[in-house]
Design a protein around this ligand. Structure first.
Ligand code: NAD
Length: 422
């Protein structure tokens, strides 16, 4: 099949490159020529394990353009993978979705008679595909959805840092389609993956994505709240959750209490769901508490540091800047509030991350950055923010370590050690 992928960020590039590996022809579209240049030179625009190799292997099946009509014209199906960032009131910003839909609609107006399918892969609130995307496509194309072109939603569940594996070995594929032709097209596209496919209507598919993320975020904040209680009672919360999750009704994943969740999805999607509910007069008390608990966690790490050190004028080493290991993504990383708070307390910062320093430098150009994790050891205290593998091999002897991610080697070796929830 010939697919056009609109947006070559974390979702678009992984989706397109993996579909190319399944034998499809891919045309990538982005407004950012730098990302397209990277793809053309055989380098993925984002850091994601295995993605560069897969791109190199499938280069002959991949083209790029900044022109959506050009991409739509030469393909059978378009996946919208643009960002849906958070607005200041917490709601979802649909600017990029609207722009993409407008250009796709214009292209469909001129496209030959061949049936084209438009799929929203970006995370959008229930009703967005049918009430926002579809009317724009119909208006600009002069054609009718499900009669002249297909429309559907296919939310993405990849985890950054594990995205390629997630694509090929996913727990489930969710297909939202209100007409049989779109449903059949999407089911056919994903069939070779032999993954469970859950097909439903568009609005339900959109809701499944938000509920999944809201539930996972809730599980993390719950773990952290319990972890905070464990900490003051000198109990290891990891030990507690090992015991708890032996109950077959309780899934053991995501009980890793720590400094909280970040990234481009959980915070934004929980905020969007809260705003969506509020717009309908529904008060989501649990979800609001999830956000509050998450916002408080970084401050707890600072308080633990203060127990052992007067921060003013001290040099604090930060291990990890990305929101999680194996990604260069710093969006909503817990390192941001930690560094901010340390600067306000008058600390000097020496930070290190194997992948995320270029991005972090754009936010904090004035702090110092180390060339290696070893260099960070030459500071008055260390704070572990992201559990990159290499941080499990550092020599922590003689150090003050405040740990947000449970690096057991630090716990065993450091002179003074504080874990946030253990
Ligand atoms: P991103 O910001 O990394 O990438 C979006 C890309 O779209 C950018 O490269 C941008 O330049 C491009 N773009 C914007 N407007 C465009 C237009 N009109 N035409 C062409 N390109 C355009 O975003 P992302 O992290 O890949 O997320 C995309 C969507 O997928 C979001 O809705 C997000 O919530 C969802 N999602 C993300 C993840 C994740 O782990 N990152 C996982 C699941 C779902």
């Amino acid at each position: 099949m010939k697919l056009s992928i609109i947006g070559t960020g974390y979702v678009g590039s992984v989706t397109g490159i993996c579909f190319a590996d399944m034998g499809h022809q891919i045309c990538f579209v982005d407004v950012d020529q730098i990302k397209l240049d990277a793809i053309n030179s055989g380098k993925s625009p984002i850091y994601e394990p295995d993605l560069d190799n897969l791109l190199m292997k499938n280069r002959t099946k991949i083209t790029t353009t900044t022109d959506i009509p050009e991409a739509v014209n030469q393909t059978d199906l378009t996946m919208i993978c643009v960002g849906t960032p958070q607005k200041t009131d917490g709601s979802s910003d649909l600017r990029f979705i609207n722009d993409a839909a407008y250009s796709i609609g214009k292209a469909l107006a001129d496209k030959d008679k061949k049936y084209h399918t438009v799929i929203v892969k970006s995370t959008v609130l229930p009703g967005t595909t049918s009430n926002v995307v579809k009317p724009v496509l119909e208006r600009e194309s002069g054609k009718e959805a499900t009669v002249d072109f297909g429309i559907g939603a296919n939310p993405e569940f990849l985890k950054e840092g594990n995205a390629v594996k997630d694509f090929f070995h996913t727990d489930r594929i969710v297909i939202g389609a209100n007409d049989p032709k779109t449903k059949k097209t999407l089911e056919g596209l994903y069939k070779p993956l032999h993954a469970p496919i859950f097909t439903t209507n568009i609005k339900t598919a959109e809701m499944i994505k938000y509920v999944s993320n809201a539930f996972l975020a809730t599980k993390i904040s719950f773990s952290n709240e319990i972890g905070n209680l464990c900490k003051v009672n000198d109990i290891d919360s990891y030990e507690v959750f090992r015991g708890v999750s032996l109950d077959c009704r309780i899934n053991p994943h995501f009980f890793r209490s720590g400094i909280g969740f970040g990234g481009s999805c959980f915070p934004k999607d929980v905020h969007a769901l809260i705003a969506f509910a509020e717009s309908q007069g529904i008060d989501t008390k649990i979800l609001k508490a999830v956000i509050r608990t998450n916002d408080d966690q970084p401050q707890k790490l600072i308080a633990l540091l203060k127990k052992h050190l007067d921060i003013r004028g001290k040099k604090i080493g930060i291990l990890g800047l990305s929101f999680k290991p194996d990604t260069d993504d710093i969006r909503e990383s817990r390192a941001i509030p930690v560094v901010q708070a340390l600067l306000e307390e008058g600390a000097q910062i020496l930070a290190y991350d194997p992948m995320a320093m270029p991005g972090f430098k754009t936010l904090f150009p004035r702090i110092s950055y180390a060339k290696s994790s070893k260099e960070v050891l030459e500071t008055d205290a260390l704070m572990i923010i992201t559990e990159w593998k290499e941080f499990f091999d550092i020599d922590y002897k003689g150090k003050i370590v405040i740990d947000g991610r449970k690096v057991n080697k630090a716990r065993r070796e450091a002179d003074i050690y504080e874990g946030i929830c253990w």
